[in-house]
Design a protein around this ligand. Structure first.
Ligand code: NAD
Length: 250
């Protein structure tokens, strides 16, 4: 895929999928602008690929607005926005505290909301663009121990549809991606919670028709498809990339 001359803003580039996205888009010729709360890893990751880095907490609207403004100031316009940053707290509904809920909704729902809002504002000025929100299969199906996370990811799909409907006639496409398990630090942390992390990983992998979880690169390539002209008649959609997990009824 060719993103030569395009500006691509990505949140959460210090780790996992965000880092993979920054690498893939850079290799495809894009000018990548990454942000994260983790400054050390973010700066290291972005300088290694010649991309720009900014410290941003996506749960704070003013910081997201400043991030988008700095991309426009540097490149003239924002072509692609990928709202990827997220956190996870493993907790069932009945034990979820208000503080835990605020944190998850702040980063995982308000973050993509602010990212979509300010990308739209910038794109309306320059004739359009593409926004990709990283949701999850947990916006479609459930894990009882991730109640707040599921609520936030379902919300991301709702905001994706609302923005797609409202701005479709102004050259802005807004889509979401719903990955299954991806081999990133977020998932490794989850396996580490078990007495035998290796056995936990094997039992998760066995659930997949493809008998493995996804790589960050595989998800990044699907995001690039949604951000590219190859998906030019798609908007408001939730692209499931999960090795067949959610279509397997046994
Ligand atoms: N890993 C999976 O199995 C999986 C599955 C489905 C969806 N996802 C989604 O993919 C995306 C990336 O997940 P990942 O696995 O790479 O996670 P990760 O934990 O490896 O990376 C998330 C990044 O977001 C950053 N971040 C956290 N809070 C932030 C904030 N307030 N402001 C800015 N940056 C912040 C972190 O510092 C980190 O660099 C997330 O939206 C996640 O929900 C992941």
């Amino acid at each position: 895929m060719n993103f030569k001359g395009k500006s691509v803003a990505i949140t959460g580039v210090s780790s996992g999928l965000g880092h993979a996205l920054a690498i893939e888009f850079t290799e495809a010729g894009a000018n990548v602008f990454g942000c994260d709360v983790n400054v050390e890893a973010g700066q290291k990751n972005m300088s290694a690929i010649g991309a720009k880095f900014q410290k941003v907490d996506v749960s704070q609207e003013s910081e997201v607005a400043a991030f988008v403004s700095s991309v426009v100031a540097s490149h003239g316009k924002l072509d692609v926005m990928v709202n990827n940053a997220a956190v996870s707290v493993s907790q069932e509904l009945a034990k979820t505290t208000e503080a835990e809920l605020d944190r998850i909704l702040g980063v995982n729902l308000k973050g993509p909301f602010f990212g979509t809002k300010h990308a739209v504002l910038a794109m309306l000025e320059t004739g359009g663009g593409n926004i990709v929100n990283v949701a999850s299969i947990l916006g479609l199906v459930a894990d009882g121990m991730l109640a707040a996370y599921c609520a936030a990811k379902g919300g991301v799909l709702g905001l994706t549809r609302a923005a797609a409907v409202q701005y479709g006639d102004r050259g802005i496409r807004v889509n979401a991606i719903c990955p299954g398990d991806i081999d990133t630090p977020l998932v490794k942390e989850y396996f580490e919670m078990f007495d035998d992390p290796k056995a936990a990983r094997t039992s998760v992998e066995k659930e997949y028709p493809m008998k493995r979880i996804g790589s960050p690169k595989e998800i990044a390539q699907a995001v690039m498809f949604l951000a590219s002209p190859y998906s030019s008649f798609m908007t408001g959609q939730q692209l499931v990339v999960d090795g067949g997990l959610t279509i397997d009824c046994y």
